[in-house]
Design a protein around this ligand. Structure first.
Ligand code: HEM
Length: 245
């Protein structure tokens, strides 16, 4: 069973993730969208959405650091285990708390604002549920596992992280996950389920985030008569046949 959960399931889910995105792009290119509900409600979205998204960006980089970078590298850089722990746990709690607060606001808004609820599909509900479970289990691991050390001390960088990197390098270590505390196992499996669902949900928008907005030149708006003003009502109405000056 160890191989099934920690080799077969991850490869099946990650394959569905990759092939599913290619399929979705080819067959539903115009449905590749956030399916934004901003038109229906703006006030709660303006609070919940940045909280959730900035929190998740922090969580993402936390995972790149914690799962992607071997413990030996940070040791060679002279970063002690304690220093790493303080930064990882501090950053993790902050990012995780922002993501949870944002998610709670977004889910309540989705349920309580009528038009937003009407625009919610069954797949959205499944996605929100799985996303919520993954995030809650992650926070549970940070608090119960890494801060309170409930159930004994566990260094996920010597277990979960080695297993995770091994999946991509073909250097399989299912036994490391079989020995990990239950919270880490549940978080890993729930994350795999989320990866398998990902291409069929609105989460595809992650791969079309408009990052170009950050670097593109400003768009300068000018009024038609050449004055750089856009004051409402400040321009004389011009007839269609008047030449622009
Ligand atoms: C198989 C993939 C994943 C693995 C192996 C993994 C592993 C971990 C580990 C080891 C921690 C604990 C960090 C600590 O103790 O400080 C953690 C925390 C967390 N994880 Fe994951 N994770 C995965 C995917 C995800 C995904 C897809 C999400 C969200 C969509 C997520 C959300 C979180 C959150 C919110 C936390 C707590 C806050 C934080 O430390 O950033 N994880 N994860």
């Amino acid at each position: 069973m160890t191989d099934f959960w920690w080799v077969v399931v991850p490869y099946v889910c990650l394959t569905v993730f990759v092939v599913g995105h290619v399929w979705r792009y080819r067959y539903d290119k115009f449905g590749w969208t956030t399916r934004s509900s901003q038109l229906y409600e703006d006030r709660w979205l303006r609070l919940g959405s940045p909280l959730f998204h900035f929190g998740m960006i922090g969580v993402f980089f936390g995972h790149v650091l914690g799962l992607g970078i071997p413990e030996s590298w940070t040791e060679e850089l002279g970063i002690s285990d304690e220093a790493y722990h303080v930064v990882a746990v501090g950053g993790g709690v902050l990012a995780g708390a922002a993501a949870v607060a944002g998610l709670v606001i977004l889910v309540l808004r989705r349920r309580l604002v009528g038009p937003v609820f009407s625009a919610t599909t069954r797949m959205d509900k499944v996605m929100y549920a799985v996303l919520g479970v993954v995030i809650c289990l992650g926070i549970w691991n940070t608090i119960a596992g890494s801060i309170l050390n409930l159930g004994g001390e566990y260094d996920y960088r010597e277990g979960v992280s080695v297993w995770f990197r091994g999946i991509f390098r073909g250097d399989l270590h299912p036994e490391l996950m079989a020995e990990a505390p239950f919270g880490f196992q549940a978080h890993g499996l729930a994350a795999m389920l989320l990866f398998a669902l990902w291409p069929f949900t609105r989460l595809v928008h992650v791969f079309s985030a408009p990052l170009g907005y950050l670097t593109r030149p400003y768009i300068v708006y000018r009024s038609r008569d050449g004055r750089p003003t856009a004051q409402p009502g400040s321009r004389r109405p011009r007839r269609g046949w008047d030449q622009a000056s």
